[in-house]
Design a protein around this ligand. Structure first.
Ligand code: ATP
Ligand code: MG
Length: 592
């Protein structure tokens, strides 16, 4: 595990891994220098206690010089540590950013997005601060005692041996207590991400929450999430404190054991008066034992910070472990705009159940297919698979006779334009957003697309016209307005395939008409796969496909299906009833 954490850290550093190497070299040398200058205490004390101060002078000078060098060296170590931290911040975000940019579109679920936000902000900061604030005392806290243990070995073998054995034992204790708190930390991070997600949801869905749950009730989900986070934070704090206490106890146990062995060594010499030379030897050993223990206590106190930073690194690792969709080395161009699905199975997670189960479909070039089925039957999933938001779990999807996995990203993107329910607009003007469909579009083309998609109508209300900023995510526009811009974007892009996920609720009658017009206009020119909710759309289609629990249960031309009296006929009867209701409600609204 330690290895993967180190690898993650190195990966975050990217090309600046040299800065880490330099820092490590400086930090280890610093620990050695500290140990060696403390070792100068041995001859110094011996000579002073033996009453030979003149001969002690050179050692005193050596000790002073050692302290000065350590002092200067430490500042070098700190600077190198800060440089590593800066490199982590600079490259780490870039590394995570470029990685997620290659991940399949389907990866961007609300949970993953919240987790990524947490990692890029808090996580990266915690990791970047490690070298300057934590690694230095920890590295010198291991190297210095090691040097002192060797000196002790030379002075009094039993004590030295015990000190040497104690170091890996202490490492074991630190590891165990770290695992104790690591679990609590994982749970806390999970709850933290959930709470962030709930917070965003709470802010965005205020109107819905208030409408359905009253003013106070709207906070219930958020409160539950906050309560869970509170509980897990409490547990984490308790376990962290406990592990620091256990670590400190472990160090102090070592200290007592070393003292006992040192004194026992002396007592073994006899019961009578202690010889002066032995008293000197004991004093020197005890002095070294104290200097040996001090840095270890510091390491013990840093163990929790190290562990929690390890948790952050693990979260980064999880994101970096998500695999981009494999890209072929020999991309093949599609022959035409036909779409073929062969025995397509798909599940969102390896342990989940299949959302699509053996779907076979053929959409001839330039034909229009209406996909209908109950909520959750897998319609949107099917459309997403054609656009390769994910790869199928089994089977094959071909465009123009070529498996979508055998096409380059650019080739596939060039084939497809899409109007999905959650069309995202980028901060920029309306024109910028439409132009994303075709960056080289002329002003003429832009106007034409805007006109066709009904964007022109809304421009009359906006003083800045096409240059009106849409706000982040299109926040300054209504849902219907966003949808119109998304339609214009899809229209301006001359892709031979159009995927449409008709929204049920977000569209007003005006927008529904625009979608219907758009589809009617493009009929015969593009291969269209439309997840249809409107009767007019369904009736327009060359082929209707009824999906039920991930399987195609009915398929054929509208008239044929109607005649067969199956599910489509049933759907039609239902919709006509609903439409009748809608017409009267519109009519009564109009009369007001
Ligand atoms: N990102 C996702 N992760 C896990 N499961 C998902 C995800 N998206 C959809 N599902 C599940 O897959 C199934 C099919 O969903 P899908 O969105 O394809 O249905 P749909 O037919 O489009 O429904 P609707 O008419 O309500 O839009 C549902 O059970 C849904 O819970
Ligand atoms: Mg859907």
């Amino acid at each position: 595990m330690l290895k993967t954490l180190v690898q993650t850290f190195v990966q975050l550093l990217g090309e600046d891994v040299r800065a880490l190497r330099r820092y490590l070299w400086l930090a280890v040398t610093y620990g050695l220098l500290c140990g060696l200058s403390m070792a100068a205490l041995v001859p110094l004390c011996r000579l002073l206690l033996a009453g030979e101060p003149q001969q002690a002078w050179p050692w005193l000078a050596a000790l002073l010089a050692g302290v000065l060098v350590c002092w200067a060296w430490r500042s070098q170590v700190e600077q190198a540590g800060v440089r590593v931290g800066v490199a982590v911040l600079r490259n780490g975000r870039h590394c995570v950013g470029t990685h997620v940019a290659r991940l399949p579109v389907g990866w961007f679920t609300p949970q993953n997005t919240a987790r990524m936000g947490h990692v890029v902000t808090q996580g990266m900061m915690a990791v970047a601060q490690l070298p300057a604030h934590v690694f230095t005392p920890v590295i010198s806290g291991v190297v210095t005692p090691l040097v002192l243990a060797l000196v002790l070995l030379a002075l009094q073998p039993q004590v030295g041996l015990l000190a040497l054995v104690a170091l890996p034992l202490l490492g074991g204790v630190l590891w165990c207590t770290a695992r104790l708190a690591a679990y609590a930390d994982r749970v806390f991070q999970q709850h933290f991400a959930q709470t962030s997600q709930r917070m965003v949801e709470f802010a965005q869905a205020q109107s819905v929450l208030r409408a359905f749950q009253g003013e106070g009730g709207g906070t219930r989900f958020l409160e539950q999430a906050v309560e869970r986070q509170h509980q897990s934070a409490l547990r984490l704090m308790l376990l962290s404190a406990l592990s620091v206490v256990l670590n400190t106890w472990a160090v102090q146990t070592i200290f007592v054991a070393l003292l006992a062995v040192a004194v026992w060594g002396l007592a073994g010499a006899g019961v009578g008066a202690v010889a002066a030379s032995e008293a000197v030897a004991l004093t020197v050993v005890l002095l070294l034992v104290v200097r040996f223990i001090d840095p270890l206590l510091e390491v013990a106190s840093y163990s929790e910070i190290l562990r929690s930073a390890g948790g952050q690194l693990e979260a980064v690792r999880e994101i970096l472990d998500a695999q981009p969709l494999p890209q072929t080395a020999t991309p093949q161009p599609p022959q035409n705009a036909a779409i073929t699905l062969r025995d397509v199975h798909f599940r969102y997670a390896p342990q989940a159940t299949d959302v699509l189960r053996g779907v076979n479909l053929h959409l001839a070039p330039g034909s229009m297919t209406a996909l209908i089925g109950a909520s959750g039957s897998g319609k949107s999933t099917l459309a997403r698979l054609v656009a390769r938001f994910f790869d199928v779990s089994q089977g094959q999807i071909c465009i123009g006779g070529v498996d979508v996995r055998q096409m380059s990203e650019a080739q596939l993107a060039g084939q497809i334009s899409q109007i999905f329910q959650d069309s995202y607009l980028f901060a920029g003007s309306i024109a910028d957003n439409i132009r994303m469909g075709k960056p080289t579009a002329s002003a003429q083309e832009l106007l034409q697309a805007a006109q066709l998609a009904g964007v022109s109508e809304m421009l009359e209300r906006l003083p800045q016209g096409l240059d009106t900023p849409v706000g982040e995510g299109g926040a300054q526009l209504s849902g219907g307005e966003r949808q119109r811009i998304a339609i214009a974007r899809a229209l301006i892009k001359d892709a031979p395939i159009l995927l449409v996920d008709e929204a049920t609720a977000a569209l007003d009658a005006g927008n529904q008409a625009i979608i219907a017009q758009t589809l009617a206009r493009l009929r015969g020119q593009r291969t269209m796969l439309v997840i249809a909710h409107q009767l007019s759309t369904v009736a327009m289609a060359d082929q209707i496909v009824v999906l039920e629990a991930g399987q195609v249960v009915e398929q054929g031309a509208p008239a044929a299906l109607l005649a067969s009296g199956g599910r489509y006929a049933h759907f039609l009867a239902q919709r006509q009833m609903a439409k009748g209701w809608r017409m009267t409600s519109v009519a009564s609204e109009a009369s007001h």
